[in-house]
Design a protein around this ligand. Structure first.
Ligand SMILES: Nc1nc2c(ncn2[C@@H]2O[C@H](COP(=O)(O)OP(=O)(O)OP(=O)(O)O)[C@@H](O)[C@H]2O)c(=O)[nH]1
Ligand SMILES: [Mg+2]
Ligand SMILES: [Zn+2]
Length: 318
């Protein structure tokens, strides 16, 4: 059976790059396919037969379809995730926290990339960088320009033959510009941002895997409006390592960090070493994840009661 990698998805169609370098468009009926998947194509080259197990996947909650949450695999088989923010906008720590949770849960390594360093003076750049550093939990941060190429050499270490980097971030931050700068030609369309608020116009509409001349892959994604969590593994623990580390020293193992005695988290807030917003933010994400988990459990239960088979993961429409 011919094997290849899904480089793009369009409503029921997969574009698959085969091992021999040919690119074909095939139907993906009855299989859940994501960009980045390694797939087997039917011998008649008509459709995706099966998807190989993913070694990593960036998963978020898609917008609600009816009342029920759906999961969306944004990118699969990735090694690194570039979390892209623009230095021309005020730092968005809350968004970065969510992106870090998704990235940690994906199994790939996050890297923070701050673009448009050519557009701001160094005071502004440093203050945005400092604000985001406060929630980055030691994840590397690089400031660069996809236009002047300043700082681009910092990214070479992440690129290697056979490895895949997913590029994630809001619309207009410069994801496609960065992809083009790394690839060395205009592989991806770029679009102007709105002058008054620097927001993008959702130029990239579908995730696209692009091959690097040196080997390796970049996975450009459409700007996500909302970074919604799906059920998480240790993503929240890792993205909120500061809070989790402190809670090790709370008197009670099940401390909720509210009004318990000898709470190390509250002590850090009072002492000014932990921003209260970090605890609030973590609580919000824990609650969001818990509600998805609860919904999933209810769904499984209702299927069990009816004696119906749970719909197999790969039968869900992508
Ligand atoms: N000066 C400067 N402009 C940049 C840089 N990166 C991107 N831009 C500009 O920002 C605008 C948006 O860039 P895109 O690369 O299309 O942004 P995107 O993140 O791919 O946006 P979506 O596809 O909508 O999600 C374009 O006008 C780019 O020329 C940079 O480092 N410096
Ligand atoms: Mg784009
Ligand atoms: Zn506590």
């Amino acid at each position: 059976m011919p094997q290849g990698r899904v480089v793009r998805l369009d409503r029921g169609w997969s574009t698959v790059l085969l091992a021999n370098g040919d690119s074909i468009r095939v139907r993906n009926i009855g299989v859940e396919v994501a960009v980045g998947d390694e797939v087997n194509v039917t011998v008649d080259m008509e459709r995706v037969h099966s998807v190989n197990p993913r070694r990593s996947a960036l998963v978020r909650r898609a917008s609600f379809e009816g009342a029920r949450a759906q999961r969306q695999v944004v990118a699969s088989n990735i090694d690194t995730v570039f979390l892209v923010h623009s230095l021309t906008s005020p730092p968005n720590e809350r968004r970065l926290e969510r992106e870090l949770v998704l990235a940690f849960d994906s199994g790939a390594d996050p890297v923070i990339v701050l673009t448009k360093v050519d557009c701001v003076d160094s005071n502004v750049a440093n203050s945005v960088c400092d604000a985001l550093s406060a929630v980055s939990m030691g994840v590397p941060i690089h400031m660069l320009s996809g236009i002047t190429r300043e700082g681009m050499d910092q990214l070479t270490d992440y690129i290697s033959d056979g490895s895949t980097i997913a590029v994630l971030g809001a619309s207009g931050v410069g994801k496609s510009t960065l992809v083009n700068a790394l690839v060395g030609h205009d592989a991806q369309e770029v679009g102007e941002v709105r002058e008054h608020d620097q927001r993008g116009r959702h130029t990239t509409v579908a995730a696209q895997l692009v091959q690097l001349p040196s080997g390796g892959w970049l996975l450009d994604t459409p700007g996500l409006r909302a970074v919604n969590l799906w059920t998480s593994g240790h993503g929240i623990e890792r993205a909120f390592k500061d809070v989790f580390d402190l809670s090790e020293s709370c008197k009670f193992r099940d401390c909720k960090h509210s009004d318990e005695p000898e709470c190390a988290v509250q002590a850090a807030i009072t002492g000014g070493t932990l921003a209260p917003i970090r605890l609030e933010s973590m609580r919000r994400l824990v609650a969001e994840e818990a509600s998805i988990e609860e919904e999933q459990r209810d769904r499984e239960k209702s299927f069990d009661r009816r004696g119906a088979r749970r719909p197999a993961e790969n039968r869900r429409r992508s």
